[in-house]
Design a protein around this ligand. Structure first.
Ligand code: MTE
Ligand code: MOS
Length: 790
């Protein structure tokens, strides 16, 4: 089977394989029936206690006094922890060498929701009672709540190793701007977004022998949870084991921010010597965790009369919240995606992270990419309106071209650019031109309802931009009866990683998928892992699984060759569909089980680890040059909307997506990722609005005030296709990452909305649409368009 060229699915299909074939999510039926086990569904260990965070009610204050005596006097209350009760390091900052995120506040609190104390009691109700009795006295200090205030006060989070200002520059943007016939200047903002995973943050900690701990955590990053728990308790990492059964969604919100809650549960368990679970309710989760970074941008762009983008200068500032978290890496990715699919000949993009008195903002699907891309798309939309050009055509004119016009602003060549192909295929299949003309006609006669169509191409870089994180491991265990347990370093959050890894493993060993069981992710099976993030879960872990299986196959081949009477010619043995055989030989095929039993009897090891690291990537932040990405994923979307000029409400009438996932490992899973990513992007851009009051308190902390897209908000006609015949070199079986890139296709909805809103005004109306484009924002934009002089 190893002889089969994996980049060519057509040849593979001669042998039965689960790869490149549609299949259900491996837990899909269990998700539906409720049998899938999440952390809170695990059987409660004997003596289980509940832990709860006592959070700061102030955005910024000095902690003057704390006293837990009254709470501790309450029967059933086992412990109350303050900063001074932490035996190890009071810090859970995820960035190596930075210690700016105390697990429990010391002398100052920096946002509403920051953990000040941790109470452990017999029940959640008792925890609440005890929390009310814990006395913490604050002296309120002035708070900085917005990016604007932070800029005025010069409050930025310094980069731990590099200048705080990240600048990427090419050509002569100032001179090119001066010479440009058309200038587009302005500012824009994108908003925060709550992750709204269905399963809120949760961890269960159990004390084992000799002070060791075992945790079950809903985290995308079990190794970091292990690391932080060990540091907080002053233990070696060998004393801490972290397991992840599955997550009910992560979306980036459990990349770093599960660690604090896990560390508190572990602290509680190690001191009370009883199991402790921390499970946030929705309001607590929304108040205590960070969100997608809001970004502010100021830009100055120069165009030719026919819509060629000649020069761009842009300055970005993100709202990092009160501490580092991953803000600098997220800013980097925003800057790396300011070009999207466009060649920028003269460019300077620069960015900084503002420090505000907000919960520390964190990873969220796209990791800054959407925020960076939004800026260039806003500029292109304004240029199209000003120049009265079709925005799709204007975009096409600016695509990356052949060498040397295929170089990004940071110097990586855009190889295998599939955007021109996606553009052509999607324009044809969606009948963009015809529908655009029809919409113009509709709008000419419809007074209060207008329609719009928008096209959005996407290019997204795949790899962790912190290059060393691009590594993964696997442990494949074959039992003598021929069944397999698959362990890999990635976590399952609904994205279908386990389904893909099972397909890869079954393919490599020539087994039906039913013979392969994917085990819960555990740090004692695969150590030192990276977060399942940056869309690279399948890319990295898939290669590691493949490597482990190749090793096992190479051990089994000689055994099978002997049994098949071709001893000494192991390369002739093929494993497929649960059998081992030599093609063309009369000798009957062996069952895989016969081979594994024989291997066991011959004292051959039936377990192996696999390891993978992405080759040849790196970026130099000082020079702003390098190759941060292994490759790019591409996609395109055409979105049609209808807007009511009376209420500002809109409907998405139709969406056509053509997305590039290389040779899809499991097409049904990938299609689901494209649909989900797009809809989540629409949520960010149109209905999800995070609001705080003037004291920095979150107003939108539950679904009655925070609106995520519902079924009724999904496109009425939703056509998603995966780009065919598009294998990618040097990836797992020719596939490409899919988790984040489709999110940004949703920017097409903004372009469509602008088209519809502009139709309320005279030709060449430059639409002023805020983000998110809620009904209020749309109505304001419609009003502004209506009053543009004709
Ligand atoms: N899909 C589901 N259903 N649930 C999730 O939490 N997270 C997204 C994406 N798709 C997510 C999801 C994010 S932010 C990332 S980085 C990737 O999945 C992570 O998984 P992968 O690397 O296996 O694609
Ligand atoms: Mo995804 S934001 O990289 O977890």
């Amino acid at each position: 089977m190893g002889a089969i060229p994996s980049e060519r699915p057509s040849q593979e299909s001669e042998l039965r394989t689960p790869l490149h074939a549609p299949s259900l999510h491996e837990s899909g039926l269990k998700h539906t029936s409720g049998e899938a086990l999440y952390v809170d569904d695990l059987p409660a260990p004997q003596g289980l206690l509940t832990g709860q965070v006592i959070a700061s009610p102030h955005a910024h204050a000095r902690v003057v006094r704390r006293d837990a005596r009254k709470a501790l006097a309450l029967p059933g209350v086992h412990a109350v922890f303050f900063a001074q009760d932490i035996p190890g390091v009071n810090d859970v900052c995820p960035v190596r060498g930075v210690h700016d995120e105390p697990l429990l506040a010391t002398d100052e609190v920096h946002c509403v929701g920051q953990a000040v104390a941790f109470v452990v009691a017999e029940s959640a109700a008792l925890c609440r009672k005890a929390s009310a009795l814990v006395e913490v006295e604050y002296e309120v200090l002035p708070a900085c709540l917005t990016i604007r205030e932070a800029i005025e006060q010069n409050r930025f989070i310094p980069h731990p190793f590099f200048p705080t200002h990240h600048v990427i520059r090419r050509g002569e943007p100032e001179a090119a701007l001066m010479a440009a016939p058309v200038r587009i200047q302005g500012e824009c903002m994108t908003g925060a977004q709550d992750h709204f995973y269905l399963e809120t943050q949760v961890s269960l900690a159990v004390l084992e022998e000799d002070g060791a701990l075992r945790l079950w955590s809903s985290t995308q990053h079990p190794s970091e949870v292990q690391e932080k728990v060990a540091e907080v308790l002053g233990l070696g990492r060998h004393q801490v084991t972290v397991e992840v059964p599955r997550m009910g969604g992560g979306f980036g919100g459990k990349e770093t921010q599960a660690a604090g809650f896990a560390a508190l549960a572990a602290l509680g368990a190690s001191v009370t010597r009883r199991p402790v679970k921390v499970w946030l309710n929705r309001d607590q989760d929304m108040e205590q965790t960070g969100k997608r970074h809001p970004f502010w941008a100021r830009y100055d762009a120069g165009f030719s009369e026919d819509g060629q983008l000649l020069a761009l200068k842009a300055e970005l500032v993100s709202d990092g919240g009160w501490s580092n978290d991953l803000s600098h890496a997220i800013l980097d990715r925003a800057l790396f995606h300011m070009d999207n699919t466009y060649f920028l000949p003269n460019v300077e993009v620069a960015g900084r992270v503002a420090r505000t008195n907000q919960p520390s903002n964190t990873a969220f699907r796209g990791f800054g990419g959407p925020q960076g891309m939004y800026v260039v798309e806003e500029i292109l939309n304004r240029a199209a309106e000003r120049l009265a050009l079709d925005p799709a055509e204007l975009r096409r004119k600016n695509y990356y071209r052949e060498v040397p016009e295929n170089q990004t602003h940071y110097g990586q060549a855009v190889e295998g650019n599939r955007i021109p192909r996606i553009h052509a295929e999607l324009m044809a299949s969606s009948e963009y031109q015809r529908r655009r003309a029809e919409i113009e006609q509709f709008n000419a006669t419809s007074k209060w309802t207008k329609r719009g169509i928008g096209y959005q191409p996407v290019k997204f870089g795949i790899s962790f931009t912190t290059s060393f994180l691009n590594q993964a491991g696997a442990l494949v265990v074959i039992y003598a009866d021929g069944t397999v347990q698959l362990n890999h370093g990635g976590t399952e959050m609904g994205q279908g990683l386990h389904t893909k890894m099972r397909a890869v493993c079954a393919h490599e060993l020539g087994l039906p998928v039913e013979h392969v069981r994917v085990m819960t992710t555990a740090t004692d099976k695969v150590p030192n892992t990276s977060a399942t993030a940056a869309s690279s879960g399948a890319d990295l872990n898939g290669m590691a699984v493949k490597a482990a299986c190749e090793e096992l196959r190479s051990r089994l081949r000689p055994v099978a060759a002997k049994l098949l009477q071709v001893e000494g010619q192991p390369e002739r043995v093929v494993f497929s569909d649960g059998k081992a055989f030599v093609p063309g030989l009369a000798q009957r095929a062996l069952l895989f089980e016969e081979v594994t039993r024989a291997a066991y009897a011959s004292q051959i090891s039936l377990s192996a680890t696999g390891y993978y690291k992405t080759p040849d990537i790196g970026y130099d932040r000082m020079t702003g040059r390098g190759k941060p990405f292994h490759y790019y994923a591409f996609g395109g979307a055409v979105v049609e909307v209808e807007v009511s000029g009376l209420t500002g409400e809109h409907r998405i009438r139709r969406v056509d997506i053509l997305h590039d996932v290389g040779s899809s490992l499991v097409p049904t899973i990938d299609k689901g990722q494209v649909e989900g990513g797009f809809v989540q992007g629409v949520g960010w851009l149109t209905c999800e609005e995070v609001l705080i009051n003037d004291k920095g308190r979150l107003l939108t902390h539950s679904p009655d005030t925070y609106k995520i897209p519902a079924l009724g908000d999904t496109p009425e006609d939703f056509r998603v296709d995966l780009l065919q015949r598009a294998p990618q070199d040097n990836t797992i079986h020719g596939s490409k990452a899919v988790g984040e890139p489709p999110f940004m296709l949703a920017i097409g909805a903004v372009t469509a909305l602008r088209h519809a809103i502009g139709a309320f005004g005279p030709p060449r109306t430059e639409v002023q649409l805020a983000s998110p484009a809620t009904p209020e924002a749309i109505l304001r934009a419609v009003e502004a368009a209506r009053t543009v002089p004709r």
